[in-house]
Design a protein. Structure first.
Length: 114
């Protein structure tokens, strides 16, 4: 198996065109068959007016084939509480996903800063 039930993931949807919506998903795998996964977690959408990622408040369940080229997938440590993760700007680093404890994922490595 490429991914297992209980693993936590941070998923970025690849942009198909310049003005496409920037969407991320952070959650826990609740079922998996090879790379096809049912994941429960939170959607983060980039708000152009606020110029920041905003987490949708409701818990969602989605199904993704994490082996597809449409996604960039990162594993998150099992001790991280998904509902605690927010996006913030860190001095000298840029945009990170963080639980304000031990977990921090640099989002800038996946795009060029201008």
């Amino acid at each position: 198996m490429i991914i297992e039930v209980g693993e936590k993931v941070h998923v970025m949807y690849r942009s198909l065109y310049e003005k496409s919506m920037r969407r991320h998903f952070i959650g826990t795998v609740t079922a998996a068959k090879d790379a096809l996964c049912r994941i429960e977690g939170y959607v983060f959408i980039y708000d152009d007016k606020k110029t920041e990622f905003v987490r949708k408040p409701e818990l969602r369940t989605t199904i993704m084939d994490l082996a597809e080229s449409d996604y960039i997938v990162n594993l998150i440590d099992s001790n991280v509480i998904i509902s605690d993760i927010r996006y913030k700007y860190a001095q000298g680093v840029g945009l990170v996903a963080s639980d304000n404890k031990d977990f921090s994922l640099n989002i800038n490595e996946f795009g060029v800063k201008s």
